[in-house]
Design a protein around this ligand. Structure first.
Ligand SMILES: Cc1ncc(COP(=O)(O)O)c(C=O)c1O
Length: 852
């Protein structure tokens, strides 16, 4: 399938190639075309084992990507009347561009073009000329008319401006998706694929390019095989937009020959299945040409040619309903396709429309191309605390004002003191703005952290100085409140009963986790274990009955496991395997009422559980209600609203310790969260009140403010740093000889495919020494001392500690807190500069190698 045999990449000479001006196209099209959304395809990800992003170009003006090229061509300076020849989408795009820019246009189409496209072209007001049985004949006619009349002929693909228009798709995707390994696009004349290759080349030249073609119309791959442009015999295909024979001077031919790795041929059954799969799973109506890449992705993954993440531009949505009914009735026989379509045991007519609910919420956060680094994010935190100081100063004004009017006693000295403290803190924060970076001096980052941490405590104490734990809402002379707004609130304000500060943290966490506040509730607690306790209280009262079984994954956080195993009314069973199949086997055998799972096990092996796969499998096999409890602390945000939305009999409860990754390197206060369906909110609120597991106001006020994009960037850095350390050490034979080095995203983990589906695979690298005697606590402690000593001498910031999620890397003999766990070394890589990360890898690697 390799296309480049005999050709040097980049050996294209055509001068027109130099005219492909991607940045000019980007400038012309910004704001003029739809910046189409990018969406994950989880049902395909489960089949291929890596992230798949679909770029929804079917939502472009005129329903296809062609609008970009057509507009770019006309805006590039074209004057006078226009003519285009097209099998449909291109004609529609040119007609619409002409309408918008008030240019006269005629569109020439073959009589075989789809009815829908013909009708839509007519609706724009453009002229329509039907000629010939194929695009070639229509094109020849259009060129002839152009020559005779002096009209400008716009080729659907053989034009530098058309190609540059398509290139802007790649720019948009690469702005939003990190680590793209490959793009796969359908090939007719090759304008889209060439454009993507050129566009990706300007931003990330390493992105691999693949194409796909109808088996019935392999014009591009036949030409490449023949090393010259050849014609193929016209055969009708569902992908009518791809039924194109190349112009003899086609620009796209050398571009694809030189830059594309392979072109996958697709049968009519495959083209139909791609279309139906997007309809079934995503409720997207994509034309077969646009859906072709879905199946090409499946085939390339099966052949081991891809590891992902992969981008598929779903490039057009213009399909007539008669074609659609053929696709629905297609006699699907290929097993892979039947599985992809989820057709087993059903007829197509019974396909549940609710499949559309299986869309992953977009996890792209902000565009990554200009994503701030740790330094910018630290500045953002400094600014956030500066504005919190301003808030407190404003509240202080309001408070003293209110007290004066309501004749409530105020201690003016304390008010003055608090004001001075806040003003001083504001000055200090301003002093570290812009200096938080550590490129020059890592100590600067630490100094800024201390200033931020101090600011947090001053802000929280300023409020606490005036506000009693149970502020009353009506005052007679004595002030025991600070929040003037709360003066109107009825009822008893009691610390354990919610507060505005806790509600604010909860709505922040809902946004950070990407949940929908209409459907999901986030409950803030005082720690990760308080979240566990809340869930346990809920299960004991609302779910578990005496004699029920609780199944635990082979590893569940030891404190939770200890609590569960000591319940006397239920049986606890530990599963034998982390795999979905193994867990399902144990579920069928033990019929548990509850199942506890940590997506990343806090053990030396860091085994993963495929949560979406597990929920899917449970929904297929269990008939009795089952509650799946997930502790996402090690893999933060390892939850999607989709899991919480699982329909009965499967119910998902999620919890996480916010004292870990969520608190941005500040352990000024602990916190935890429980996420569940919104219907459970009243029960969880009541239990949180009664068990005293609430996040207390003081800690809520210490909680840093940030959003999902900020959290995503930080976690990507942390996870990336850990993966870098692991990969560096795996590549050092003297380290590998002494210890197993594990990180889920190192590329060498047994659960690599699952790791790729997690938003962040954690920040901990674990080491298990091959000499089993060396995994003893005393030996590991000695090794840690040795590492800290090396770190000190080499200027590396490293501390000893069991926790993780802070900015500074930490090393510990993990499992040291669990009485019966076998200890191992756990390194948390931190959120530090590339220089510190590589120094970290060197220091840790040297110490481990020396231990051998
Ligand atoms: C997997 C896991 N779950 C829960 C917790 C408990 O969280 P917290 O310390 O916030 O109570 C921890 C703590 O390290 C943990 O590692």
């Amino acid at each position: 399938m390799t296309l480049t045999d005999g050709h040097r990449p980049g050996a294209t000479e055509d001068v027109r190639l130099r005219v492909i001006d991607v940045s000019a196209a980007e400038q012309r099209l910004t704001g003029q075309v739809v910046r189409t959304p990018v969406r994950r395809l989880p049902w395909l990800e489960r089949r291929v084992g890596f992230p798949v992003y679909a770029k929804l170009e079917l939502q472009q003006h005129t329903g296809s990507f062609k609008f970009r090229g057509a507009l770019n061509t006309v805006l590039a300076g074209l004057r006078g009347p226009i003519i285009a020849a097209s099998a449909g989408n291109h004609g529609l795009a040119v007609a619409e561009v002409a309408r918008r820019l008030r240019r006269p246009a005629n569109i020439c189409i073959p009589v075989t073009a789809s009815r829908l496209k013909r009708e839509r072209i007519l609706a724009t007001g453009a002229g329509l000329i039907e000629h010939g049985n194929s695009l070639e004949q229509a094109t020849a006619h259009a060129r002839m008319l152009a020559g005779e009349q002096g009209w400008y002929f716009i080729s659907p693909y053989n034009d530098p401006h058309m190609i540059a228009g398509a290139a802007t798709i790649a720019l948009e995707v690469l702005d939003e998706v990190e680590d793209v390994e490959a793009m796969i696009a359908p090939v007719g004349g090759g304008g889209l694929l060439s454009g993507l290759a050129v566009g990706a080349g300007t931003r990330r030249p390493g992105v691999r390019m693949f194409g796909c073609e109808p088996e019935r119309y392999r014009s591009m791959s036949a030409s490449i095989a023949a090393r010259d442009i050849v014609r193929v015999v016209h055969q009708p295909t569902l992908a009518d937009g791809l039924a194109v024979n190349l112009d003899a001077d086609s620009l796209t031919y050398p571009l694809i020959r030189d830059r594309v790795e392979s072109i996958v041929p697709l049968t009519e059954e495959e083209l139909a299945a791609g279309t139906l799969a997007l309809l079934v799973h995503e409720s997207l109506l994509v034309e077969p040409a646009g859906a072709a890449a879905v199946i090409a992705c499946l085939r390339l993954a099966q052949a081991g040619a891809l590891r992902g993440p992969v981008v598929l531009p779903l490039c057009g949505g213009n399909v007539h309903h008669t074609t659609l009914s053929r696709i629905e009735r297609y006699p699907y026989a290929d097993d892979d396709l039947v599985r992809l379509l989820d057709l087993r045991g059903r007829t197509v007519g019974e396909l549940p429309v609710s499949r559309a609910l299986r869309m992953e919420p977009s996890d792209t956060g902000e565009p990554l191309a200009d994503a701030p680094d740790a330094r910018d994010d630290q500045d953002a935190q400094v600014r956030s605390w500066l504005s919190r100081v301003d808030e407190v100063l404003a509240e202080l004004e309001e408070y003293t004002d209110y007290c004066a009017r309501a004749e409530v006693l105020v201690n003016a000295d304390v008010v003055k003191q608090v004001r001075v403290d806040c003003e001083l803190v504001a000055q200090r924060l301003a002093g570290v703005l812009g200096r938080g970076g550590e490129k020059a001096d890592p100590a600067e980052a630490v100094r800024a952290e201390i200033v931020v941490r101090h600011a947090a405590t001053v802000v929280a104490s300023a409020q606490a100085a005036f506000d009693w734990c149970a502020p009353s809402h009506a005052q007679a002379t004595v002030g025991q409140f600070f929040d003037v707004g709360a003066q109107d609130s009825p009822g008893a304000n009691y610390e354990r009963y919610e507060s505005a500060a806790v509600a604010r943290v909860e709505s922040q966490l809902t946004e950070v986790l990407g949940l929908d506040p209409e459907r999901h509730a986030t409950t803030a607690t005082s720690s990760g274990m308080a979240s566990y306790a809340l869930i346990e209280a809920f299960l004991l009262r609302h779910r578990l009955r005496p004699g029920d079984t609780v199944l635990l994954a082979p590893y569940v956080y030891f404190e939770a496991a200890e609590q569960l195993c000591s319940l006397t009314s239920t049986h606890t069973v530990t599963a034998r395997s982390y795999s979905v199949d193994g867990l399902v086997e144990d579920i069928l055998r033990h019929r548990p009422r509850c199942l506890f799972v940590d997506p990343v096990a806090n053990t030396a092996q860091q085994r993963l559980v495929d949560l979406p796969g597990l929920v899917q499998a449970l929904s297929e096999v269990v008939t009795e209600p089952i509650t799946l409890v997930v502790d996402g602390t090690m893999a933060p945000a390892a939850l999607s609203g989709l899991l919480l939305d699982s329909p009965p009999p499967v119910e998902v409860l999620y919890y996480e310790s916010c004292s870990k990754y969520l608190q941005l390197g500040m352990d000024a206060g602990m916190a935890g969260l429980v996420a569940a369906k919104v219907e459970l909110r009243p029960a969880l609120d009541r239990l949180r009140r009664n068990t005293g597991s609430i996040l207390y106001r003081h800690n809520a006020q210490l909680f840093p403010r940030y959003d999902r994009a900020f959290f995503g960037r930080r976690m990507r850095r942390i996870c990336g740093n850990a993966a870098t350390v692991a990969r560096t050490l795996l590549a050092r034979p003297e380290v590998a000889a002494v210890a197993d080095v594990v990180h889920p995203a190192s590329g060498e983990h047994p659960d690599d495919a699952i790791a790729r589906t997690l938003p962040y695979a954690g920040g901990c690298v674990t080491f298990r020494l091959h000499d089993s005697g060396a995994n003893h606590r005393d030996q590991l402690e000695a090794l840690i001392e040795h590492m800290l000593d090396r770190a000190r001498r080499r200027g590396l910031h490293l501390t000893k500690g069991v926790s993780f999620g802070f900015n500074t890397p930490r090393i510990s003999a993990a499992a040291s807190m669990a009485e019966d766990g076998a200890p191992f070394l756990r390194l948390y890589a931190g959120d530090r500069s590339a220089e510190q990360v590589s120094l970290l890898a060197r220091v840790v690697g040297d110490a481990i190698a020396a231990a051998g």
